[in-house]
Design a protein around this ligand. Structure first.
Ligand code: 13P
Length: 336
């Protein structure tokens, strides 16, 4: 096993998943405004520190994705944030893209930026303790989109990013997110997501990326959020498995789904069914942002001094997701 493979496997084994706490300041501000909290560096740190010091970090969370601001912050104990995360046994990670911008010549679509100067930024993040990274390509579905141009240039960027990250001794999370916005059917999501993922692997292979040292972070196969033809959770799991079985090379150790706007319960139940029906060799786990944090954020916003109730809420969510990552979740356990 290569060193990179060992890191990847450590992050996602034994039902462990990833806490995506890498919201940019702009996105975190949106999340905090919804619950009437001022988005200051101290408030952003307070909430995140509460999550990172929760009990279930030890048993459930194999990796935490940070944003540049947070990886440079210090916890109230005096420990650096990466040290706080490592002390629970989880691996610190860092988002390294600089965001999705309008794609020239197809301005309704996005291209993710951040390759310039990346090699030097990676050195800095490695020195701060990061051992894995994230880069998100984003694609929307409509009659015309995603275009061949968006599919091709985002795959190219993901591959160049991955090669640089592995060169720096870290594991790249490769995140091609096909958004759920729209009225498309689940079958259209299946065909577009398959096209996107296949192209990513074509480019990763071209750029000689070690596929045993990456984690794929895809969307699940869902009908669009405005579609009248929703499918059952069982069908979501089967179509998601079909997509990944057809598009992901066997060397890839694991897949950690994004929640992408699903509710906490939906994201948990769908992951559970994916694991129950898993007919692949891939580890299937979670790399959730909203679906791990939403309830905890709501509780915290009511009384930002109430660390215990906030942590209990997060602990429960993490436990449910970890059960789902082993196909052992049930609604009885959810409501116990
Ligand atoms: P969500 O689970 O909220 O979609 O966030 C995951 C993520 O990291 C998006 O890039």
């Amino acid at each position: 096993m290569s060193e990179l493979n060992k890191i990847a496997v450590k992050i996602i084994s034994n039902g462990k998943g990833i806490l995506a706490a890498d919201e940019s300041n702009a996105t975190m501000t949106k999340r905090l405004e919804v619950v009437n909290i001022n988005s200051t560096p101290d408030n952003r740190l307070s909430f995140r520190e509460i999550l990172f010091s929760s009990e279930e970090m030890k048993d459930c969370i194999g990796g935490v994705i940070l944003y540049d601001e947070t990886i440079n912050q210090t916890a109230s104990s005096g420990k650096s944030i990466p040290d706080l995360i490592s002390s629970s046994g989880a691996v610190p990670g860092i988002k390294v893209d600089t965001g999705a911008k309008n794609l020239a010549n197809s301005p309704e679509e996005k291209i993710t930026e951040g390759l310039d100067g990346l090699r030097d930024r990676l050195k800095k993040y490695y020195a701060l303790g990061a051992r894995f990274t994230k880069w998100r390509g984003v694609y929307s579905i409509s009659e015309k989109y995603p275009s061949e141009l968006a599919i091709s240039c985002n795959a190219h960027a993901l591959a160049r990013y991955s090669a640089l990250v592995q060169e720096s001794g870290m594991v790249p999370i490769v995140e091609p997110e096909v958004l759920m916005d729209g009225n498309h059917s689940a079958d259209v999501c299946l065909s577009k997501t398959s096209e996107v993922i296949k192209k990513c692997f074509d480019e990763l292979i071209l750029h000689k990326v070690d596929l045993s040292g990456i984690i794929l972070k895809p969307n699940m196969i869902l009908a669009g959020n405005k579609s009248k033809n929703k499918i059952s959770n069982e069908e979501v799991s089967l179509k998601t498995l079909e997509c990944l079985k057809n598009c992901v090379p066997n060397e890839v150790p694991g897949i950690a789904f994004l929640s992408g706007g699903q509710s906490e319960i939906e994201a948990t139940e769908n992951l559970n069914l994916i694991n129950k029906n898993n007919n692949t060799n891939f580890i299937m786990t979670y790399s959730y942002g909203r679906a791990l944090q939403q309830s905890a954020l709501k509780v915290w916003s009511k009384n930002i001094k109430d660390i215990e109730t906030t942590q209990n809420t997060f602990n429960h969510r993490a436990k449910m997701c970890t059960l789902a990552a082993q196909g052992k979740w049930s609604s009885e356990l959810e409501n116990k």
